[in-house]
Write a protein of this length. Structure first.
Length: 127
């Protein structure tokens, strides 16, 4: 192996954002530029900075039910437990859960999509 090259398994991840940063702030997994998210939980077509085709690797379909279903069950259990413990009036519960549920589901989808996207990019050797 010539000088300056590293073995395939020893890739440098310097400059690449972690999964949490990519999911929360919408950073490209390869270059770290903002713009990973096109919508609340939709991956953009491509990175505007490095030109990486993100749409080709976007996780879609029924596999995301494995994320949404457990999150939904946990939210229902949390709502029941909160109602049992505090018994808040309905006028407080509606805006509370109307805000908590979408934020939680979108956050879970962002993390799941970022993990799968990063794994697919690493498998293709693009990271």
């Amino acid at each position: 192996m010539p000088d300056g090259e590293s073995p395939k398994g020893d890739r440098s991840t310097k400059g690449q954002p972690g999964i949490t940063q990519a999911a929360l702030f919408g950073l490209c997994p390869r270059c770290g530029a903002k713009g990973l998210w096109d919508g609340s939980a939709n991956i953009a077509d491509r990175c505007h900075a490095c030109g990486l085709d993100l749409m080709r690797f976007e996780p879609k379909g029924r596999g995301l039910y494995l994320v949404v279903l457990p999150v939904t069950i946990l939210l229902i259990l949390a709502a029941l437990k909160l109602d049992e413990a505090v018994q808040l009036p309905v006028w407080v519960l509606v805006p509370l859960w109307g805000l908590v549920v979408p934020l939680t589901v979108i956050g879970a989808l962002r993390f799941a999509k970022t993990i799968v996207l990063r794994a697919r990019l690493e498998k293709q050797g693009l990271l």
